[in-house]
Structure formats: C-alpha cells, structure tokens
Design a protein around this ligand. Structure first.
Ligand SMILES: *Cc1c(COP(=O)(O)O)cnc(C)c1O
Length: 492
C-alpha cells in the first residue's frame, strides 16, 4: 500500500466505522454476537496467503467475517460487566498514536510521549480530586498509564513488596501475604499467583454492603502476625465488580498505617472515574484515599470516555516503583536519564516498550473538558437511578443491594410465595438463562455471598431512557416467564 492508497483506504475505513455507529444508534444490531464457536476458522483459509492480496478484499472481509463476530460493547443496550468507553476523540488519538510507532520506554524515544503522559496524569489527578502529592509535578509521587487495572495492581504489589522487604530484610518471602477481600477483583489473587505469594481474602458482610471494615482487618492482622505471617499489602476496592461496594478506606487505611511498611493499594478501576464529580467524592471516600492510599488506580477505558486501554495508576512515592523495577543496562542509558532530569517510564511498569496512550487521554480531556466529562458521568448515574426506580416499582424484580453509582444488582423476587434461599437461586438461574439468550440486551450475572443475582451496569454514551425502559421491559417479561416455568415444574 502506498501513501495515496492509504489515504483512500483510510477515508473508507472511517466511513464504514461511522455506518456501524449509525446502525447501533438505531438499535438495528443485536448487542451480542450470534456467532458460533469456530465460525471464523471455518471461514478463513488454513494458511496465510502466499502472495499479497488486494486491500479491497481485506477491507470487505473485515465487514463480512469480523463484524458479525463482534459483541458491541459501545451499544446503547450493553449493560454487562462494566462499560468500555468509546469516543471518537479517543479513536482519533489512538489513530495518531499508532501512526508514530514509538515504544516510549524512555524520554529520548520521543520526548512528546513521556511529557504528555506526565501532564495528562496530572490533569486527570486534578479532575479526580487526588491530593497534589500524587502529581508528577510533586517530584515525589506521580502517575503513569498502565494497560489494565490488573497490571496496575501487580506493579503496586511489586513496589509494596520491595518497600516491605527493604524495611524488614530478614522476612522470608514465603511469609509474605497479600490481603484482599472476598469481593476484591481477581486481580489481587492473580498478582499473588504471579509473584508466588500467599493471598488471604478477608470476609465482608451483606449487612455492611460488602465493605471491608477496620475491625475485620485488625483481627486478621493479629492472627497472621501470631503465626509469623507478614501481610504487607492490602488491595482495597472502591466500587467492587459484583456490587459496586466501597471498602471503608478510612477505617482500613488507619489500620494499615499502623503496620510498619504495609501498603494500601486502592483499586477503583470502574468507580474511580466518578471522583470527577464533587458530589460523589464522599461516597468514593476521596478524603481517606488522599490520606492513606499508597497507590490508586482507575480505568479511563471503562467509564472514562477513553478507548481501551488506559489504566491510570498513581503512587505516593515513585521511588518505590523505580526501586522495584529499575534495571538499566548500558544500551538504555541516556544523558537525561542519567542526570535524573526526565521520567523514564519503563521503570514504572513491567514491560520495556509502551504505547503512546496519553494522546487519546489528552484528546478526550480537551474535547469534553471537565464539565463535559462530569455531565456524562452524571447522565450514566441518572439513567441507573431511572432503572432502579423501575425495579423498586416492580412486582417481580427487586434490588439485591443499594444501587452504586451506575450499577444495580437485581433478582427475581416473587412477592406472594415464600421461597428458601436455594429455591430463589434456582428460580434466578432460570431467569438468567432466559435473559442471557436475548441478543438485544446484554447483562452479566454474579454471586453475592451465595445469592445468585444479575448486574445492570450503565455507561454507554448512546444509552437513553428509552433503552433503559426497553431493558426493564425485557427483564420483566423474562422474570414473569421464569416464575411461570418455575411454578409449573418445581424442582424435585
Ligand atoms: C474491571 C475491574 C478490574 C479489572 O480491570 P482490568 O483493567 O481488565 O484489569 C479490576 N477491578 C475492578 C474493581 C474492576 O471493576
């Protein structure tokens, strides 16, 4: 492909992307791909072509073969997992980023990529209300873009381990323990697995809205210390995956701060974005985060209008990251790096090379402004409130937990007959199997301390009240049908 062919193909690609967005707005396309497993292998040749093919064929095959296999995460009726952001500003930012294949591992690779990242991380920290200690301009703390919240947690735990073992050099690695809760995302257990460390998940209660309390943590620490174990990091959560629960960062932060060298990482992959709106800062425990967190992560690629991937990680002291991750062979040394006058972001994450992610964050923050960003967050939360109100007025559905920001957790609840917890779970699995076979909406299921339930997460830019009502109507229809089926064939 030469430059002029690229120009034409580029115009065509943007045209086709726009067509897809129009089709989604009209709800003409189901959310969930209807492809069967293995469909693509059947449709594609077993080997790569021997000779280069005409680009027109490739572009058409994308439409014909790939698009039908796409589940549309930006679809207005996508309520599964958590939203993944998609904005045209971010798509264009990424397009420019990919046109400059710069691996960004040090400042000299392309000064713009390091400098822009340092600036947009400070802009984002300001927008979210983080303490200036986390800004790059502080010279002590700082922010870095990671691929995912899982990478952010792993990096934070590596730094925590380095700090802890340097303070307590006689501690054996097998005595180190990563603390999570039963509601922490699996990233905590995954990081422990990768690092070969023990992990303990602390219990949380439904009556306390699944939040980790200080007392539970205190008791666990006492038990473990008595056994010679050394819990060195707590992964706390603001906005858990299952129910949007917020750990009591104030209580647990105070407890962690009394254990010499122990680290608190706050994983707010989804909910942290809501900190952009001052009215949600108390709910998300911003003051306690600012007081106690050693590191804080939120994903702009979830609810933050930036296309995958853009996980923002801030640390109170960048030295803990670089002490743990800095390896600088001769071929990576540079004049500025040696002089310490620039950030070399390779020492702030696991890989060497890194994408120019800050560009799309910059495009979005400028295109929306803080005000536009807040308007979008408030709209998602408002739409979820509309949904929650519909459920409150329903005779077949109920809320399982208090709605959290833009997330509701529901289940079928027959108002007349009394059912055991187990019977209710059976009924709800029937409901769920029906809901999950409806291609026009997409939700996901979860289990909250033994209660099977269904999550409804709002966040697509295109979602309107109509889509919320349509989803509620489908859920009601399937709840009624599940009740009818359940009562006509009760389980043995
Ligand atoms: C989505 C989510 C994660 C995982 O995010 P990745 O970026 O895919 O690793 C972790 N924690 C919470 C609370 C989440 O909502």
């Amino acid at each position: 492909m030469d430059i002029e062919e690229f120009r034409r193909a580029g115009y065509q690609a943007i045209d086709r992307i726009c067509d897809m967005y129009y089709a989604m707005q009209d709800s003409k396309r189901p959310v969930v791909s209807q492809a069967e497993p293995g469909y693509l292998r059947q449709a594609l040749p077993a080997s790569p072509p021997e000779k280069g093919e005409d680009y027109a064929l490739i572009a058409d095959d994308y439409q014909k073969l790939i698009v039908p296999g796409l589940t549309l995460w930006q679809h207005p009726s996508f309520f599964a997992y958590f939203p993944t952001a998609s904005t045209f500003e971010a798509i264009l930012g990424d397009l420019y980023a990919t046109s400059v294949p710069n691996p960004g591992f040090n400042w000299s690779c392309s000064p713009a990529s390091t400098e822009l990242e340092a600036v947009v991380m400070d802009w984002s920290a300001q927008m979210l209300g983080l303490d200036p200690a986390f800004y790059n301009t502080s010279g002590v703390g700082g922010g870095v873009l990671q691929t995912t919240a899982s990478d952010s947690a792993l990096v934070a735990i590596v730094a925590a381990r380095a700090r802890y073992t340097s303070l307590h050099p006689s501690v054996a690695l097998e005595d180190l323990v990563v603390y999570t809760t039963t509601q922490t995302h699996s990233l905590g257990a995954k990081a422990a697995l990768v690092l070969g460390l023990a992990c303990r998940s602390l219990p949380v209660k439904a009556e306390e809205n699944f939040a980790l309390r200080g007392e539970i943590l205190k008791v666990a620490l006492k038990e473990d210390h008595a056994k010679g174990k050394r819990p060195f990091v707590l992964v706390a959560t603001v906005g858990t995956t299952s129910s949007g629960a917020v750990d009591r960062i104030d209580e647990i932060g105070a407890v962690v701060s009394e254990v010499p060298g122990m680290w608190m990482h706050v994983d707010a992959a989804w909910a942290g974005i809501a900190l952009a709106c001052p009215e949600y800062r108390e709910f998300c425990q911003l003051d306690a985060i600012n007081t106690y967190a050693d590191s804080f992560c939120t994903n702009f690629h979830k609810w933050g209008l930036v296309n995958f991937d853009a996980s923002t990680l801030w640390v109170r002291n960048r030295k803990h990251l670089t002490d743990a991750l800095d390896i600088t062979p001769e071929f990576l040394r540079t004049k500025h790096g040696d002089a310490g006058t620039v950030i070399d972001y390779r020492n702030w994450h696991l890989a060497l090379g890194r994408r120019f992610r800050s560009l799309k964050v910059w495009f979005v923050l400028r295109g929306y402004g803080v005000e536009g960003f807040r308007t979008y967050i408030r709209r998602s939360i408002g739409l979820n409130e509309t949904f929650a109100d519909l459920v409150r007025g329903s005779s077949v559905l109920e809320l399982v937990t208090t709605p959290s920001l833009a997330l509701s957790v529901i289940r079928v609840s027959p108002s007349i007959s009394k059912m055991s917890a187990q019977e209710l779970n059976v009924l709800n699995r029937v409901f769920w199997s029906r809901v999950s076979s409806r291609p026009e909406i997409y939700l996901t299921q979860t289990d909250l301390n033994g209660v099977f339930c269904v999550r409804f997460a709002v966040g697509s830019l295109m979602t309107t009240e109509e889509h919320i009502k349509q989803a509620f109507n489908i859920l009601t229809e399937e709840a009624e049908e599940a009740l009818r089926l359940y009562h006509s064939t009760p389980p043995a």
